[in-house]
Ligand binder design. Structure first.
Ligand SMILES: [Zn+2]
Length: 376
């Protein structure tokens, strides 16, 4: 769903990332604030207008970050691990595995976001009121604007369309009522798609009425919501499918083993160029002692390949992510997504019996889909 994102820091043990789309939006907001401030306050200097534009943008994204942190902190307090927070477009996403815990936790975690935005709106409102005599008029006006923006953020997030917070509240309520997460997600994501299409329609109407910028914004947000609602439902379907599948069924078991004394050049010529694998188990005396990966080889300059040994550039077995053959695939996929290794080894009685990479999973899914559609 996201493009490139950068790690910007860690707050309360949670990794905070910024999506590349954010840069464009930040510039746009700064510029439009600058324009607005210089139009409303005729006597303002250009320098002050730029300064206020930057300040408003920083506080706006700070507000979004605080909203997301509220979700993350409550999730962690309920014992749910949070992967990271990514700020993108004008919003954010907190990645946590809430689904596994039940409707009560999901309700609480979803609710705290809009509540926090409401609280921030109140705070900015108070600053505006108190600062009227102390702050310059443009500055007080900017805080007032931020109060409204946070109120809008709270309101928009409460719209009952999944994956917005309101949609999560709806899903949690349906989940509790029906006892079925799948059915609750289906209805909530249908609502999300419905709301998304409504926004698209409103955007088009606005566009036809002559408001180009407003119309495009609405249509874009609506389209984004439709896509997000659709893909969150598909993710859940996939997760449920994988819950019934064991690692053994998906893993590549046609392992080609490589001796540790080979040079990297021989490993490249006789293994990487010959087989469709990006990693080979290194075997010594009948046991796997490590894994030689394409990434590991690439780290060594090409002219040194003939003189370097596989043994010195393999990743030891104990540094690999390992699962049992009967591990459920939904958990394995979680490990594939978490780790930077991009690969899970399937180990039985201390011996590597298979490897699962994202492409093994894709291949398995393609076979499954082909069989599933022919069975219908
Ligand atoms: Zn939220």
């Amino acid at each position: 769903m996201f493009g490139t994102s950068w790690r910007v820091g860690r707050i309360a043990g949670i990794e905070v990332r910024v999506d590349s789309s954010w840069v464009v939006i930040a510039l746009l907001i700064t510029y439009s604030m600058y324009l607005q401030v210089s139009q409303v306050y005729q006597d303002i200097s250009a320098g002050e207008a730029v300064w206020i534009g930057v300040l408003a943008t920083v506080l706006f994204f700070g507000s979004v970050l605080v909203h997301e942190l509220a979700h993350a902190v409550v999730a962690q307090a309920r014992g749910i691990r949070v992967q990271d927070i990514t700020l993108f477009l004008f919003g954010g996403a907190t990645r946590a595995k809430v689904e596994s815990r039940g409707p009560g936790d999901e309700f609480l975690i979803a609710l705290v976001g809009p509540l926090t935005s409401g609280l921030l709106a109140g705070l900015f409102g108070i600053v505006t009121g108190l600062g009227r005599d102390v702050l310059s008029r443009p500055l007080a006006g900017t805080f007032g604007y931020l109060a409204w923006t946070n109120l809008l953020l709270a309101g928009f997030n409460l719209v009952p369309g999944f994956p917005l917070d309101g949609g999560r509240l709806l899903r949690a309520a349906l989940w509790r009522a029906t006892g079925s997460l799948a059915r609750a997600t289906r209805v909530a994501s249908m609502a999300g798609q419905g709301v998304g299409w409504l926004l698209v329609a409103a955007g088009v109407a606005w566009l036809l009425a002559g408001d180009l910028a407003g119309g495009i914004w609405f249509a874009f947000i609506g389209w984004f919501l439709v896509q997000a609602a659709r893909s969150s439902y598909q993710d859940l379907q996939l997760q449920q499918l994988l819950r019934g599948v064991e690692a053994e069924a998906v893993m590549a078991s046609d392992l080609v083993r490589i001796p540790p004394e080979l040079s990297l050049q021989e490993a490249v010529d006789d293994y990487f160029m010959r087989y469709d694998h990006s990693g080979f188990p290194v075997e010594e005396g009948g046991r796997t002692i490590g894994l030689l990966t394409l990434r590991g080889v690439r780290r060594v300059p090409r002219e040194q390949w003939p003189t370097r040994r596989v043994r010195d550039h393999m990743v030891p077995l104990n540094e690999q992510v390992v699962v049992a053959p009967e591990a459920r695939m939904d958990g394995v996929v979680g490990k594939l997504q978490d780790g930077q290794a991009n690969r899970v080894l399937v180990v039985e009685d201390g011996e590597v019996v298979g490897i699962i990479t994202p492409s093994d999973l894709t291949r398995w899914l393609r076979r499954w889909q082909a069989l599933d559609s022919s069975a219908r």
